[in-house]
Design a protein around this ligand. Sequence first.
Ligand SMILES: *[C@@H]1O[C@H](CO)[C@@H](O)[C@H](O)[C@H]1NC(C)=O
Ligand SMILES: *[C@@H]1O[C@H](CO)[C@@H](O)[C@H](O)[C@H]1NC(C)=O
Ligand SMILES: *[C@@H]1O[C@H](CO)[C@@H](O)[C@H](O)[C@H]1NC(C)=O
Ligand SMILES: *[C@@H]1O[C@H](CO)[C@@H](O)[C@H](O)[C@H]1NC(C)=O
Length: 465
Amino acid sequence: MRCSLKRSLATAFSLCVFLLIMYLASWHHEDLVMNDVQKWAQTVGLHPIATDWTVSSLRMFINATNTLNISYDYLVGSPPLQKKFLTLGLCSVKRMRQDYLLNTLTSIFEQSSEEEMKEMVVVVHLTDPDHKWNSQMALEIARSFPNQLHQRNLVVIHTRLEYYPPLEGLKRNFNDPEDRVRFRSKQNVDYAYLMNFASNLSTYYLMIEDDVRCTKHFLTVIKRNLASQEGTSWVTLEFSKLGYIAKLYRSTDLPRLTRFLMLFYQEMPCDWLFVHFRLLLTQKEEIRFRQSLFQHVGHYSSFQGTLNKLEDEDFEEDFSKIPDNPPADIITDIATFRNSIPSKAYSSVIGYFWGKAPSVGNSFTLIFKKAAPIFRIQIHTGSKEFPESYLHEGLVALGTNKLQTLRPRCANYITIGHFTKGIFDKQNLENSITSDTVCVQILVTNTQSESLIISNISIWIKPKA
Ligand SMILES: *[C@@H]1O[C@H](CO)[C@@H](O)[C@H](O)[C@H]1NC(C)=O
Ligand SMILES: *[C@@H]1O[C@H](CO)[C@@H](O)[C@H](O)[C@H]1NC(C)=O
Ligand SMILES: *[C@@H]1O[C@H](CO)[C@@H](O)[C@H](O)[C@H]1NC(C)=O
Ligand SMILES: *[C@@H]1O[C@H](CO)[C@@H](O)[C@H](O)[C@H]1NC(C)=O
């Protein structure tokens, strides 16, 4: 009995000593980390956590329109001399199994016309700690794309590790293993410095990854979709549903996004951080387009080469399958369900219109702002969740003659076909009518008891000969 008391006292005492040592050690450790952080903050110009900040450096820090003063290594190529419309940015590190980078660059250049390339620049940030690999890859890029480099459509950069914040002893959020934390934290900084570099190159910036394939004429589609968002205060437009692929920013937001990624670099992966960024800048809803323009092709992730076969089923590689949907006003007398908005059925952004059970004679009409030579119309009603909410009986009619009444409408409608099982799809419409279309009308031809979901309306215009 006495013996065991002595033993437990001894155990308790050693435990106390152990805890004290741990405490002191961790204190010492935090000091070291803090030193590192301060050194790093000074290097990149985040003066307030450094000791020597002045009023002007404080202004620089608060002013989120300033880029961070970092000197980049140019591995191959130089930035364009004039401001472009779009920068495509990507980071790449050595992968254990297979590199996709050269194929990704090939896809970008092959899927773009010469005219489109004039409005773009691609920035590759090689961020492997192994300098040999970076130089080797830069050399391969130089060999593969001499013309693009010559035309300043492509620039390959590297940021020295001295500009990086501490990558050891980081927080283990989500109980992530230490090497995973290090990987994702470094990746956030890789991205931040890439955006910092790109912030002055173009009007818009598109984040992509080094293992993607893209749609033919993606730049033209991006421009068209951008036009459809004119007047809205979007922060992020999404052209893919996966990871940090095909997220579009205004370049003026990049200095702020750079700072944001740096401040929270060790908290969570970049594809979570960018959602927080959008929310903080008060864009509540995700704005993702119906057709994804970039497909993830890598089968092995860049972290430890683990199998990662994510595919985006909304990817549409064929430009001719992406509808034109010319600008239009929409008028309907179908009562809306849960404040649903009619334009969501026609918008290139994912969404749908949900109306209350329609009666015979109800209609849903698009009135184009400018008459258009349309040749194909495809309309889907109903949805996977509510398969009964389709248009049970209805037709589509085209109007060519706009009346100048108080409320715009068309006269002289010509019926071009009926819905079957809630779907309408008709091509070669240029043969059905003699002049350009002004109105497209969906007419309900029988009262139904189920509500009506119009999932999407796609319209193609005859390409100019
Ligand atoms: C922020 O920096 C930009 C560019 O350096 C400058 O034009 C602007 O006046 C600054 N704004 C403030 C509030 O300091
Ligand atoms: C940027 O950094 C370089 C070298 O670190 C320094 O010489 C230069 O003055 C800095 N520029 C600004 C605007 O702070
Ligand atoms: C941004 O680019 C323009 C020319 O494209 C250049 O004149 C200007 O100095 C650049 N600004 C910064 C902060 O690098
Ligand atoms: C249109 O809606 C249908 C039915 O909900 C859906 O299966 C299809 O993927 C949608 N197409 C587009 C381009 O949104």
